[in-house]
Design a protein around this ligand. Structure first.
Ligand code: HPA
Length: 277
C-alpha cells in the first residue's frame, strides 16, 4: 500500500478515541434502513467528512455519518450511508469504510440495501436475507496491491455467515415481517437494467438486483469479518413491471419501509448478544 494513502488505522484511531464503547457489531445502513439510526442511543456521531480516508457521499437519501451507540444491551457501530462505486470513486475508496470498521475491532458486519425483485416470489415491501451473491460489477475490490498480512485470493464459498443469517430470520419473525433468503446480483449502475438483462440474471440464479453491498462483503471477508446482508425490496426489476423505473420511486418505497426496516434491525441488534453467550 502507498504510504501517502490514508490508512484505515488512522480512521479507526479517531473512532476509538471518540467513545469508550467497543462494539463487535457494525451495520451499514442503505436505503430503507436509515431510520434505524433514530432508534439508536447515540453516544458519538462523526460525519464521514471528518474521518480520514472516508469517501464523500453525494446521492440523495444517503446521510454519511458514523454513529457509535447502543441498542438495548448491544453496542453498535453504524455507518449511516455509503458511497457507491457508480458515484465515480475507486473500488478501494468505496470499501475503505469497511477496512476502517475492521481496524476498529468489529467482528461482525451487517450490510443493508435496497434492491429490485427479479424472482416473482419476492414482492415489493418484502425483505431478502442474502444467501449468496453474483458479482457482475465488472471488477473486484481486491484488485491491486495487497497488504502482506491479508489474503490475496479470498475464499467466497461461504460469504454470508450462517448464524448471522439465522439471527436475521429470527429477527424478522419477531418483527412479524416477511424475510426470504435469496441471491443478490450486483451491477455497477447507475442506469437501471434492461428487461433482457433482468431475464438473463434470473436464468443465472439471481433473485434480486442492486448496486452495492458486494464490494463491501468481499473486503469484509478479506478482513476476516463475519458478514450478513439484508435487502429491502423496493421495486420489481426492469421488465417485471410495465412501469419505467425511477430512483424517486425506489426512494419513496424505501421511505415507506423505514419503520419495518428499523424494527427488523432493532430485533437483530438486541438478539445479537445471544450469539456470544
Ligand atoms: N436495480 C438496481 N438497483 C436497484 C434496484 C433495481 O431495480 N432497485 C433498488 N436498487
Amino acid at each position: 500500500m502507498n504510504t501517502s494513502e490514508p490508512q484505515p488505522k488512522r480512521a479507526a484511531e479517531k473512532i476509538r478515541k471518540s467513545s469508550k464503547l467497543r462494539p463487535r457489531l457494525a451495520i451499514i445502513l442503505g436505503s430503507g434502513f436509515h431510520h434505524f439510526a433514530a432508534e439508536l442511543e447515540v453516544e458519538t456521531a462523526i460525519p464521514f467528512t471528518k474521518l480520514p480516508g472516508f469517501p464523500r457521499t453525494g446521492v440523495k437519501g444517503h446521510a454519511g455519518e458514523l454513529l457509535v451507540g447502543r441498542l438495548g444491551g448491544t453496542p453498535v457501530l453504524v455507518l449511516n450511508g455509503r458511497v457507491h462505486y457508480y458515484e465515480g470513486v475507486s473500488m478501494s475508496d468505496a470499501t475503505f469504510p469497511v477496512r476502517a470498521l475492521a481496524a476498529c475491532g468489529v467482528s461482525d458486519l451487517l450490510l443493508t440495501n435496497a434492491a429490485g425483485a427479479i424472482n416473482p416470489r419476492l414482492r415489493v415491501g418484502d425483505f431478502m436475507i442474502l444467501s449468496d451473491h453474483i458479482n457482475l460489477m465488472g471488477t473486484n475490490p481486491l484488485r491491486g496491491p495487497c497488504e502482506q498480512r491479508l489474503q490475496r485470493f479470498v475464499d467466497l464459498s461461504r460469504t454470508y455467515d450462517e448464524s448471522l443469517r439465522r439471527l436475521l430470520k429470527q429477527a424478522a419473525q419477531c418483527a412479524r415481517l416477511k424475510a426470504q433468503s435469496g441471491v443478490y446480483l450486483a451491477v455497477c449502475g447507475p442506469s437501471y437494467e434492461t428487461a433482457a438483462e433482468i431475464r438473463a440474471f434470473g436464468r443465472l440464479g439471481a433473485d434480486a438486483v442492486g448496486m452495492s453491498t458486494v464490494p463491501e462483503a468481499i473486503v469484509a471477508r478479506q478482513c476476516g469479518l463475519r458478514v450478513a446482508a439484508l435487502s429491502c425490496i423496493t421495486n420489481p426489476a426492469a421488465g417485471r413491471t410495465q412501469r419505467p423505473l425511477s430512483h424517486a420511486e425506489v426512494l419513496a418505497m424505501a421511505a415507506r419501509m423505514k419503520k419495518s426496516g428499523a424494527e427488523l434491525l432493532k430485533h437483530f441488534a438486541e438478539m445479537y448478544v445471544t450469539l456470544h453467550l
